[in-house]
Design a protein around this ligand. Structure first.
Ligand code: UD1
Ligand code: CA
Length: 475
């Protein structure tokens, strides 16, 4: 979903200072997430994709929270302006204009609670300005216009003003289905003058940005409506709309990947920053999050959850594996039910099997840990075999220590490797060994209590235990 145009000296002014009362939340509305990103991410992304030369976001309610996020996610690409008290969208626009650079020629003004907008929807509103209009705004007809500002036109069809739901005066006005989605474009000079002239004459006693339309029309300036796609214009005011918009976004992302040559089963959820190569298969109920990348031909099977994971070509992630901040090599096999915690680096063709947990561990090419193991703070060479039940004892209660397993090592089942420790190349650890001393290359390490077989003793033992049980029942 990339840039569809480049706009000349255009500032995107995004209003995001409101509390969002209808969310009933201590989190500011624009910080509620959908598809893994805060609401405000999406309109900013659309503005950047549209090629806006400057992006100013007006913050206010919960501003520290919003500003911290914006700095982290967008850095210097996004400026903020503060609206101290939330006195309406006109007041917010005014606050925002103070941060707009003096060289800015045009403004594209819209709201921060519209996550489904795309660059092309913004570009067409800006382009309408080039046809001699002073002010352009998106318009849209809705079967149910409740809650939106309505567009009032004269008999010649010219736009006269926008009237908010609560300020509508007659049934005829309430019957108007053409609404204001809230995307405006004008010269920066026009907006500065119009916003300065706003008055709070409405039911709310607020400064309504929408009144710039009447100001322009009364001054004989040309206002054009740009018919826009209803499905991308929905504003999120409550959590019901948040989740509805999220479903639309997930569906849109999945469809785009299908077109690009990826099989995405229904019910898979792919976040916007994920990258998939051709011939990847993403099975149902899989969640691909953050900056996950999946290489050509890889299979991510049912129920896997990947967060910031890089998966190599042809790798197979079997069902219900959970991976975060990790790398999986080409043709490696993971799962079912594997847990790769941060900084796991699984080499090409390596196998990590069921109920194996790794953390901050590198596994070399072709090495295998197929069942029931904890591998933390380890460096494992190539073609090593780590048996079922192996534990890297990395933590002494105070510090974490490293386990080094060199190439070709065989670790028998149920062994504990007490770090810091090195198992030399080609060494062999006998099953059930607690390894506390480093093992030289090609050595056998065995640490077991010798086994004793007592002939016929099982029979005696069982008789004794049975008698004890009967005695216990009586008393
Ligand atoms: C607004 C429009 C309405 C339009 C609808 C489209 C006005 C007066 N009304 O109504 O015509 O149909 O959007 O979705 O503009 N904000 C601030 N500071 C404030 C108030 C709001 O920054 O003082 C921000 C909010 O964070 C939000 C945006 O402006 O992102 C819109 O505010 P909201 O209260 O949701 O307006 P609506 O009632 O939806
Ligand atoms: Ca709104």
């Amino acid at each position: 979903m990339t840039a569809s145009s480049s706009l000349v000296s255009t500032t995107a002014l995004i209003l995001a200072a409101g509390q969002g009362t209808r969310m009933k939340s201590s989190t500011p509305k624009v910080m509620h997430t959908l598809c893994g990103n805060p609401l405000v991410y999406y309109p900013i992304r659309a503005a950047l994709d549209a090629g806006c030369t400057e992006v100013v976001v007006v913050v206010g309610h919960g501003r520290e929270h919003v500003e911290t996020y914006l700095a982290k996610a967008f850095g210097p690409k996004v400026k903020t302006a503060v609206q101290r008290e939330q006195r309406g969208t006109g007041d917010a626009a005014n606050a925002g204009l103070s941060a707009v650079s003096s060289s800015s020629e045009r403004v594209l003004l819209f709201y921060g609670d519209v996550p489904l907008l795309m660059a092309e929807d913004l570009v067409q509103v800006v382009n309408a300005i080039d046809k001699n209009a002073e002010l352009a705004l998106a318009t849209c007809a809705l079967a149910d216009p409740t809650g939106y500002g309505r567009i009032l036109r004269n008999s010649a069809g010219n736009i006269l003003e926008i009237r908010e739901q609560r300020d509508l005066k007659s049934d005829a006005e309430r019957a108007i289905v053409e609404i204001n989605p809230g995307i405006y474009s004008s010269s920066t000079r026009f907006l500065r003058d119009a916003v300065a002239a706003l008055k709070p004459n409405n039911a709310q006693g607020e400064l309504y940005l929408t009144d710039i339309v009447a100001l322009a029309a009364q001054a004989g300036k040309k206002v054009v409506g740009v018919p826009s796609r209803a499905e991308v214009l929905v504003g999120v005011n409550d959590r019901r709309q948040l989740v509805e918009a999220e479903e639309v976004l997930y569906a849109r992302i999945a469809q785009a990947w299908r077109v690009a040559g990826v099989t995405v089963r229904s019910g898979a959820r792919i976040e916007p920053m994920v990258v998939l190569e051709p011939d990847v298969t993403v099975e149902a109920s899989t969640h691909l999050r953050g900056r996950t990348r999946v290489g050509k031909g890889a299979l991510v099977d049912v129920g896997c959850v990947l967060t910031n994971v890089s998966v190599g070509e042809g790798a197979v992630l079997k069902p219900y594996s959970v991976l975060s901040d990790s790398t999986v090599g080409a043709r490696a096999q993971i799962g079912p039910f594997s847990h790769l915690r941060p900084d796991s680096d699984i080499g090409d063709e390596a196998h990590i099997g069921n109920f194996v947990e790794t953390k901050k561990t590198r596994i070399g090419r072709g090495s295998k840990a197929n069942h029931l193991a904890y591998l933390g703070d380890g460096i494992v060479g190539e073609n090593a075999n780590i048996g079922a039940g192996t534990i890297f004892c990395n933590y002494d209660g105070f510090l974490k220590h490293t386990t080094i397993i060199e190439d070709g090592v065989f670790i028998g089942s149920d062994s504990q490797i007490v770090a810091p420790i090195t198992i030399g190349k080609g060494a062999y650890i006998a099953t059930g060994t607690t390894v506390t001393k480093s093992v030289p290359p090609e050595a056998l390490a065995i640490a077991r209590v010798p086994q004793v077989n007592k002939d016929e003793y099982a029979r005696k033992l069982k008789a004794k235990l049975k008698a004890a049980k009967e005695q216990a029942k009586k008393t």
